[in-house]
Design a protein around this ligand. Structure first.
Ligand SMILES: Nc1ncnc2c1ncn2[C@@H]1O[C@H](COP(=O)(O)OP(=O)(O)OP(=O)(O)O)[C@@H](O)[C@H]1O
Length: 315
């Protein structure tokens, strides 16, 4: 559904050159929900705007929904839906009117039926006459999605669909996105910087950092392949962190050791079995331990492993 090779975008302005996206390759199969994850400023929106024809790439090629991005941008636009960050509704216009107008703009066959179908599926019934500005955050996001889907596109792009929503509305929106896929087989490509969203909603993830894709796979694959188990050793005396890190990084099970805030954080193969041996290594190095924690990897650990930074800190 999407094939991109070497997609890049450089901005040149008064303050110099910004290489926002530096050669992105990506493939999305029909029916997938793919999450594009990364910290603020990583290049998510820029990539999305290129894939949706809103921004011309400086380099690279892409086929989107079966059409060539450069040769046939109009063809791409007719076959995709795009929901921008914050949506694009007029606060003073009633929700139903927005939907009707969008359907007319696209010349949708069976307009009334398509709108009724979307309203039922996205729980928008009864909101027809309500001005968009008077809808709740969750309702507005569902209306934005309905607007993006009115012309039955096989591919839907969502830019940070749940930013600003409370946890309950976020979970509710995830359900709706899944039901779109189940009902029409819609392929969904979404950007997010929420790790829980990426984990719970997406079949596959692409992690972008500083304009490059640094990891790709299903959430489970990424956690298994990239991260290993995470052992955090809190030291009694924070000044021993560097020494502890050095001793532990020589341990045969340790893939990566990072010292931060008086603790050493290890990425370890088979963490449970290695705990005693790690404690002995620390003991031999003369470093006193205050506490110990073993955790299965999270997506944040994946990001930390591939970039050396925490996604939470970076976001
Ligand atoms: N029109 C522009 N002119 C100059 N620089 C830009 C422009 N648009 C984006 N950038 C820069 O390109 C980089 C990538 O921005 P982009 O909006 O793609 O990131 P993002 O991952 O979507 O971030 P966020 O999560 O904050 O939305 C940033 O450094 C940003 O400041």
């Amino acid at each position: 559904m999407i094939e991109a090779r070497g997609l890049a975008r450089t901005f040149t302005g008064k303050h110099g050159r910004v290489e926002a996206v530096r050669g992105v390759d990506l493939s999305v199969a029909p029916g997938e929900i793919v999450g594009f994850l990364g910290p603020n400023g990583a290049g998510k929106t820029t990539t999305l705007r290129m894939l949706t024809t809103l921004l011309a790439p400086t380099a690279g090629t892409a086929t989107v929904a079966g059409r060539d991005l450069r040769a046939d941008p109009g063809g791409v636009r007719r076959r995709i839906g795009y929901v921008a960050q914050g949506g694009g509704t007029d606060p003073s216009v009633p929700a139903g009117e927005e939907l009707d107008l969008q359907a007319r703009l696209y010349g949708v066959d069976g307009r009334a039926q398509r709108i009724a179908e979307l309203c039922a599926r996205l729980e928008l019934e009864g909101l027809w006459d309500r001005p968009c500005g008077a809808l709740s955050g969750g309702q507005r996001r569902r209306l934005d999605i309905a607007l993006g889907l009115v012309h039955r596109p096989p591919l839907l792009f969502l830019d940070e669909p749940t930013t600003g929503l409370d946890p309950q509305s976020r979970g509710n929106l995830w359900e709706h996105i899944r039901s779109m896929r189940a009902g029409d087989g819609t392929t969904v490509f979404l950007t997010t910087h929420y790790l829980d969203e990426a984990d719970a909603l997406c079949d596959r993830l692409l992690i972008i950092d500083r304009g490059r894709i640094v990891a790709a796979g299903t959430p489970a694959e990424l956690k298994r392949r990239v991260a290993g188990d995470v052992v955090t050793l809190q030291l009694a005396d924070p000044s021993g962190a560097a020494r502890a890190r050095e001793a532990l990084s020589r341990h045969r099970s340790v893939r990566k050791a990072v010292a931060a805030g008086g603790a050493v954080r290890l990425t370890v193969e088979d963490g449970e079995r290695q705990l005693m041996s790690l404690v002995r290594t620390l003991d031999a190095a003369g470093v006193e331990l205050a506490s110990l924690n073993l955790a299965r990897p999270s997506l944040d650990d994946v990001f930390l492993t591939v970039t050396g930074r925490s996604l939470r800190d970076a976001a």
